[in-house]
Structures are given as C-alpha cells and as structure tokens.
Design a protein around this ligand. Structure first.
Ligand SMILES: [Zn+2]
Length: 192
C-alpha cells in the first residue's frame, strides 16, 4: 500500500486505530476507526476522537470506566506515530498522464522480464520506481493497468483460439495503451 486509506495521497503511512465512546446514560455508543493513514489524517482522527471522548464520553456508569481507557489508549497510539514524517507539500494522489505513460512504456523490456520471472507485485513496483524515477504509487498504478490489459488480452485470445481452432492463427501480442505492443518473450531474457 502506497496511499493513505482516508485521503488517497501518496505519503509516509502508519497503521493506527482510535476508539471513541459516547455515553448516553443507558445507551452507549462506540466507534473505532482503523486503517493505514498519512500523518495529516491520523492527527485529524486523533483530535476528533479525543474530543468526542472528552465531551460525550462520561454520561453513564460503564462509560465513566471505559472512556478513560480509550482516551489513554488513543493517546498511546498517537505517541507511537507522532514522530513519523509529515506529508510532504508536493505529495499527491498517484496519477498517470500521457507524459508519464510514455516514459514508463520505455521500460517495457524490464517490465516484460519482471512479468516473465513472476516477480511479486510489490518487488516489481520497487524496481520500476527505482529505475524510472516515478513514485511507487505511480509505478503501482501503471503496473496494475498493464496487467489488467494483459489479462483482458489473454481472455480475448483464449476466446478467439476456441472459436478458430481449425485455422491455426499466430497469437496476437498484447497491446499497451498508446499503441505499443507488449510481447512476452518466449525464453527468459539474459540477466542484465
Ligand atoms: Zn491522508
């Protein structure tokens, strides 16, 4: 995961959970937020949840006991992450434009090799990001689109092969958006 689950921005992340308790004499309401978030979102959740605990957490017998537990638990969670890096000013949601797409398509031989070797997705993202200079989030977005296309092409190819079995046709190479053809090598390319 490269992006905040709350705001979608690619930034340093941490997994946290906060709980708030709203006591209403007889009824008690509890809410937990859990996920992998950027520091801006974590800070906001922490503030919101602690405010709720302070203002609405005390009205009821069980609430009077349980609210301090959550309050200090939340505080511990925040202490654990408060030294994490802030979201950089240049951070954004990962995106692909024509320019980035064209740049990344240049790494086709590398991508072919990674696909062919069965490289785990996370490792592929790391390698492509390091080689191309795009952020891991953008590399991930690109590889997802490429593998979705490859998958669709493969399905279409299977259908065609089934329909046209008597006439043996050479299999079509999967195509990348932008017109370039992604040809999977028959043999493993030599290690570079
Ligand atoms: Zn966020």
């Amino acid at each position: 995961m490269y992006c905040c689950e709350s705001c979608g921005i690619e930034a340093p992340l941490a997994s946290v959970s906060f709980t708030k308790n709203i006591g209403m004499f007889v009824v008690r309401q509890e809410e937990t937020v859990a996920g992998t978030f950027c520091k801006t979102c974590i800070r906001q959740y922490y503030k919101d949840y602690q405010t709720a605990n302070l203002l609405g957490g005390w009205w009821g017998t069980i609430s009077m006991i349980i609210t301090p537990v959550y309050f200090f638990q939340n505080m511990g969670v925040w202490r654990g992450v408060k030294n994490m890096p802030e979201v950089p000013h240049t951070a954004s949601r990962p995106f692909l434009n024509e320019q980035l797409w064209e740049h990344l398509v240049e790494f086709q031989p590398l991508i072919e090799q990674l696909f062919h070797d069965g490289t785990p997705p996370r490792r592929m993202v790391q390698i492509l990001s390091a080689e191309s200079g795009v952020t891991p989030g953008t590399a991930d977005l690109f590889l997802r689109q490429v593998s979705r296309q490859l998958h669709q092409q493969r399905l279409q190819q299977n259908m065609q092969n089934r329909q046209q079995r008597p006439r043996k046709q050479p299999p079509r190479a999967p195509q990348l958006p932008g017109g370039k053809q992604l040809k999977l090598p028959a043999r493993r390319p030599p290690a570079s």
